[in-house]
Write a protein that binds this ligand. Sequence first.
Ligand code: ZN
Length: 283
Amino acid sequence: MKIANLDGRAALITGGGATDVAAASDGRFGPDPQSLFDHWSAFTEWASTVELPDAAASAAIDVEGLGAPVPRPRQVFAIGLNYAEHAAEAGYPPNSMPVTFTKFPSCIVGADTIVELPEGNVDWEVELVVVIGREARNLDRESAWDHVAGLTIGQDLSERITQLQGSAPQFSLGKSFPGFGPTGPWLVTPDEFAHRDDLALSCSLSGERMQSSRTSMMLYDVPELLVRLSAVCLLLPGDIIFSGTPSGIGNRRTPQRFIGADDVLVSEIEGIGTLTTRFTASI
Ligand code: ZN
């Protein structure tokens, strides 16, 4: 099942159309997309049995109305250096622990957002984003996926000067400017994927392919990330995890390449779709 945030209201995506969750459930669930995670099991149970109109009968999707599938996560985890080739290009040895930071939740936006570029060097990072569906602590690998509500596409946009200045890097600040957390276009539940641990992911900047890999290349896969994070933190329904980016970022290209005004960033993950982000110069 695919669940979207359409103009601030939870919607089930069916074929080429959308069905409003609050209307279809007589107000039992939604309309706030974030509220679905408070009753995720009951919601998915209802959604799996409800009779949905076919694509022709449901409302067409207004792509510009797509907001973040998880608009107000309480916790945003982000993982650095989770693909060996990216760790190498960034100049780091393989780490014995996933490098963990946050993107402050105010940076989270949806698909087709226009991001105002701050001064500096703004870079792209396509990432699989994992959304938590059930509270979790001290998970084991075997049950980890049972706590995942779904997957979506994320861009971990980064301003590299802010990120790397100082004697200890400022990962969280440099990656949290307004609009620096595009997510979407919708949430796809894990049962929709034939091979949920091996999804092609890529991104292109204004038509030029910049990154291309598979999530099976992660050093710490989704179950392992959930084990490591839940060993320390209580994972809450509606939390999101940016799971790291493969190689091909602009900061490590020769010559370096950064996002400019009028660039269009298209990110793609197999089985989820595409996430488009546009940019404009700061005013
Ligand atoms: Zn990242």
